[in-house]
Design a protein around this ligand. Structure first.
Ligand SMILES: C[S@@+](CC[C@H](N)C(=O)[O-])C[C@H]1O[C@@H](n2cnc3c(N)ncnc32)[C@H](O)[C@@H]1O
Length: 209
């Protein structure tokens, strides 16, 4: 990175500042489907954005912590936790995973949902740090875009999105892990112009022995 390039925080803060809310505030559909059956315990969400997944977890009894490089996103997530009455179980920290690494500790669930960035992001070291943060008996869930939305601009189509194989190679699970889900799955969505469409997600869920 040269001195002229924005830092990850500058990049994401300015992106978040474009709108009063960037995301829906709701849990990601894949996260809800796969995590709903689990007993609430402790969770860590990497690149939590405005906190939709953390807040959903906290509302279900999880003690969930979210980290994100953007101070704007963290401020919104913290305010939303207050508004939704879950500050006891939801906490947020501004943290650059690229620079400061994954927080220390062991969690029953470590989640990285759509942890993508147009800036530099060493996913391999972040995902391996994520796996290290899973407690024995706990799970790691990684969800990402397999392809840009059909309605995304030209710029997004030039952006590299890690495939399922890339993600599995980054994670390099050994026999300490049982892979419960490893697939590209389609999800029905409505495009911003109201037309129905389909998005493809890379989904990896693994349980640590
Ligand atoms: C596509 S958004 C997904 C947000 C959220 N997980 C969700 O599903 O709504 C990617 C998030 O990753 C965060 N991010 C990007 N690079 C990061 C880094 N180096 N450290 C921590 N967070 C980062 C961004 O600020 C952004 O909130």
């Amino acid at each position: 990175m040269t001195d002229l390039e924005p830092t990850a925080q500058q990049l994401w803060d300015s992106r978040y500042a474009e709108k009063p809310l960037m995301w829906s505030g709701r849990v990601n559909a894949v996260v809800a489907e796969l995590i709903e059956p689990l007993e609430p315990a402790t969770a860590l969400d990497l690149g939590c954005g405005e906190g939709g997944d953390v807040l959903w977890l906290a509302e279900r009894g999880w003690h969930a912590a979210g980290v994100d490089v953007s101070a704007v996103a963290i401020e919104r997530a913290t305010r939303a936790a207050d508004d939704r009455g879950v500050t006891v179980r939801a906490s947020f920290e501004r943290r650059d995973l690229q620079v400061d690494g994954v927080p220390t500790g062991l969690f029953a669930l470590v989640l990285a949902s759509y942890l993508h960035s147009p800036g530099e992001l060493d996913r391999r070291s972040i995902l391996r740090g994520a796996a290290d943060a899973v407690a024995p008996g706990g799970r790691l869930l990684v969800v990402g875009h397999a392809a840009p939305p059909p309605w995304a601009d030209e710029h997004a189509h030039h952006h590299h999105l890690p495939s399922l194989d890339d993600t599995r190679a980054d994670l390099a699970f050994d026999d300490e892990w049982t892979i419960e889900v490893s697939e590209v799955r389609a999800r029905e969505v409505v495009a911003p112009d109201g037309t129905p469409g389909e998005l493809l997600d890379v989904v990896v869920l693994a349980k640590r022995h």
